[in-house]
Design a protein around this ligand. Structure first.
Ligand code: HEC
Length: 201
C-alpha cells in the first residue's frame, strides 16, 4: 500500500467512525423483548389510569394530584421489577422535571411530534431501537377528556388544582393541552437483549 493510500484510508476511517457508531443501533427489536415491553406497558398504563381515576372518584382532584406525585414512580418501579424491565413516562412538556427525557426518548418524542403534526393519533405511535444490547421501546400517550382537569387550559381548571400545581410543580409545563394532543410517551428499556440472530450461512 502506498503512503498516499494509507493516509487516505486513515482519513476515511476517522471520518467514518461517527457514522459507524450510529449504525450500531440497528433498529431490530427481538420479538421476545417487544412482547415483554408490551406486557409491561399494558399493565403500567392500565394501573396508572385505574388508580388515578379511583382516587379522583373517592378523594377529589387535589388529593389525586398528591397521590400521582407520590405514587407514580413507585408504580413504575414495581411493574418494571415484575416484568424485568425499566419503565417510565416522559414528556416534551413535563410537569415534574424528574420526568424529562434523555437522548433516545427525546428522539422518540421528536418523531412522535412529527407524526402527530402529519395527522396521526398519538396513542397509535410506536418507537423501537436497539443500542448496544439495550432494547429501547416507546408508545405515544394521548390526552383525553379525563386528563384535562389537571393538564388542560388553566382557565378551565379548578382554582384549587391550579394553586396546588403552582406549589408542587413551579416548573410545570404540562398544562394547556387539548384532547387528542400528544401528552408524552411511555418507555421501556431492557438491557442484555441478545441481537436478532443472523440467518445461518
Ligand atoms: C388529578 C390530576 C391529574 C390527572 C387527572 C392526570 N394527571 Fe398526569 N400528572 C399529574 C401529576 C401531579 C403529574 C406529575 C407526577 C410526578 O410527579 O411524576 C402528572 C404527570 C404526568 C405524566 C408524566 C410526565 C410529566 O409531565 O411529568 C404524564 C405522561 C401524564 N401525567 C399523563 C396524563 C394523562 C394521559 C392523563 C389522562 C388520562 C393524566 N395525566 C391525568 C396529575 C394528573
Amino acid at each position: 500500500m502506498t503512503l498516499h493510500r494509507r493516509i487516505a484510508l486513515a482519513l476515511c476511517l476517522v471520518s467514518a467512525s461517527p457514522f459507524a457508531f450510529a449504525q450500531m443501533s440497528d433498529g431490530t427489536i427481538p420479538e421476545a423483548a417487544s412482547q415483554k415491553a408490551d406486557a409491561a406497558m399494558d399493565e403500567y398504563g392500565k394501573t396508572l389510569r385505574e388508580t388515578l381515576m379511583a382516587k379522583i372518584a373517592s378523594d377529589g382532584l387535589v388529593a389525586a394530584m398528591a397521590f400521582c406525585s407520590n405514587e407514580a414512580a413507585g408504580i413504575a418501579t414495581e411493574i418494571g421489577q415484575k416484568h424485568g424491565v425499566r419503565i417510565g413516562r416522559t414528556s416534551h412538556r413535563a410537569r415534574n422535571p424528574a420526568n424529562l427525557p434523555d437522548h433516545w426518548k427525546r428522539e422518540a418524542l421528536e418523531r412522535f411530534s412529527l407524526s402527530v403534526a402529519q395527522g396521526k393519533d398519538p396513542a397509535t405511535l410506536r418507537y423501537g431501537d436497539m443500542a448496544l444490547g439495550r432494547a429501547q421501546i416507546a408508545r405515544g400517550i394521548a390526552v383525553d377528556a379525563a386528563c384535562l382537569a389537571c393538564h388542560g387550559a388553566k382557565e378551565s381548571m379548578s382554582p384549587e388544582v391550579v394553586q396546588e400545581l403552582a406549589k408542587m410543580y413551579p416548573q410545570d409545563l404540562a398544562t394547556g393541552f387539548k384532547a387528542g394532543d400528544l401528552r408524552g410517551l411511555m418507555w421501556v428499556e431492557i438491557d442484555g437483549t441478545p441481537p436478532v440472530p443472523v440467518a445461518p450461512q
